[in-house]
Design a protein around this ligand. Structure first.
Ligand code: ATP
Length: 468
């Protein structure tokens, strides 16, 4: 089936010209529209692979049209045409999701080349998306990687406890695989036919967590215009994974205790008690016993959760797992980024083993992903893994690495951003001694946003506690 292109411009001559170029020189199907509103209506009805649009049009400008199109089908490729070659326009168009922009007047070969590239990009996005889905699926069922005695005994314990209905509390520093362990417990359990429901207790704000968990009835509060099912109801018959349980406030802890003890809960605004048959798995990187002493965590809830405790050790306790994990992530990201990388050099491994991973396996995974993006050969070298600032990569570089500057634009942007996040956050946490609220205030961003960034970067704020 040939690919379809929609061209939108208020100048009819331009439409005729582009239509002629495309139909004479390519096998793509082309359709034209001189009214952006009508173009949008057509786009809603039909699937197009690429939309080429003029920037300045009456009724609706090209950037607005682009935004609407990306909202409807984000994987559509787009090219903006403009008579004004300003860098701001180009940046804005690219930020809104356009593949490229082209200035009028353009040569026939130039526009045809841009069209080909935009369509190739779309195909690549498509392939990457299905690859990503495949990888996510595999991640969900894949056992924990590692050959150390520590990880072997965790796997053994998981296999033993999984088929029971016992509540499991998974402890350990950030990025050690607690969520992966929870998935494995569910996967080896008798409930695996149903999806495991995950609640991230940090990510949900305090005022919505109750209704997220227990649901609400119509009229319970302003905006509750119909009944809403909570995650507890969705987890009925399956496993409920309470991630970062140490972040739950005391009043929610009390409600959760009731659910754990009696299997009972009440949706917000309801007087009727409901029942749910749930297997609970919880995880935390807090020291809950200290939290109990400080009055931050209910002791009775702790004992309810801690029927079976699985501890995920930090990477510093099992450095012998680093080579196997590194190899595993190389395979994963080489496949994702379609690169022919199969190995890691002895020297790179030596540096990794000597590196202090405050973010544990997640940080190792991020470093390898970055390495795969940078690598130009078939084996990862230390400079690929720690680009920009030499090895190890803790010293901020004042100049952007040559490697980045020589990459294709999109890869370079991704690599530079990853480097920026990592170094900015490390610096902020070092100065705040690991205090996230203070670091966020100084950076002028919300605490929750910084928390998310820290997690995505694979760092662990705890590791910065005594750093300054
Ligand atoms: N043993 C392992 N084998 C393979 N991948 C792992 C392993 N441990 C962790 N990972 C990977 O590291 C990343 C972090 O793991 P996960 O989210 O399970 O950690 P966590 O302990 O729950 O972190 P946090 O406390 O920050 O929520 C994930 O991408 C996961 O797939």
């Amino acid at each position: 089936m040939s690919l379809k292109i929609l061209v939108v411009d208020d100048e009819k001559d331009m439409l005729a010209l582009l239509s002629r170029y495309i139909s004479e020189d390519t096998a793509y199907q082309v359709q034209t529209e001189n009214n952006p509103m009508e173009a949008l209506a057509v786009f809603k009805q039909e699937r197009f692979d690429l939309v080429i649009m003029d920037l300045k049009m009456p009724k609706m400008g090209g950037l607005d049209l682009l935004r609407q199109i990306k909202k409807i089908r984000p994987d559509t490729s787009a090219i903006i045409m403009t008579a004004y070659a300003t860098i701001e326009t180009a940046v804005e168009a690219i930020q809104e999701g356009a593949y490229d922009y082209i200035t009028k007047p353009f040569r026939r070969e130039r526009i045809l080349l841009t069209i080909d590239k935009a369509l190739q990009w779309r195909r690549m996005i498509f392939e990457n998306m299905s690859l990503r889905e495949e990888l996510v699926q595999k991640d969900a069922t894949r056992p924990l990687i590692g050959s150390s005695n520590a990880i072997k005994s965790v796997i053994q314990e998981i296999k033993q406890v999984a088929p029971t209905t016992a509540t499991v509390l998974i402890t350990g520093p950030s990025g050690t695989g607690k969520e992966l362990a929870a998935r494995a417990i569910h996967q080896f359990s008798l409930r695996k036919a149903f999806p495991m429901i995950t609640v991230n207790c940090t990510a949900i704000s305090e005022n919505v967590i109750e209704s997220e968990l227990f649901g609400h009835v119509k009229g319970a509060f302003t905006g509750a215009w119909k009944d809403k099912k909570g995650l507890v109801e969705e987890a009925d018959g399956s496993t409920l994974f309470l991630d970062e349980i140490g972040d739950l406030n005391l009043s929610m802890q009390t409600k959760l205790l009731r659910l754990l003890q009696e299997g009972e809960y009440k949706p917000v605004g309801s007087t009727r008690t409901r029942h749910a048959d749930i297997r609970f798995v919880a995880a935390t990187n807090h020291d809950l016993e200290t939290d109990i002493k400080n009055g931050m965590f209910r002791e009775d809830l702790f004992y309810r959760l801690n029927v079976i405790c699985l501890h995920m050790p930090g990477l510093d306790r099992r450095p012998e797992d680093i080579p196997l994990l590194a190899q595993h992530f190389i395979k994963k990201y080489a496949l994702l980024y379609q690169k022919d990388i199969t190995q890691i050099s002895e020297s790179a491994l030596k540096h990794l083993k000597a590196y202090s991973f405050s973010g544990n396996v997640r940080e190792l995974e991020n470093l390898i992903e970055r390495g795969v993006i940078f690598c130009r050969t078939t084996a990862l070298e230390p400079e690929d893994i720690f680009p920009g600032a030499g090895v190890p990569a803790d010293i901020p570089s004042s100049e952007m690495s040559r490697d980045i500057l020589e990459m294709p634009f999109r890869e370079a942007k991704e690599a530079a951003l990853a480097l920026f996040y990592n170094q900015y956050i490390k610096n902020a946490l070092t100065h705040s001694s690991g205090n996230i609220s203070r670091a966020a205030e100084k950076a002028g961003i919300q605490r929750q946003y910084l928390h998310r960034l820290i997690k995505e970067t694979g760092l662990d704020a705890e590791g910065f506690k005594f750093s300054s």
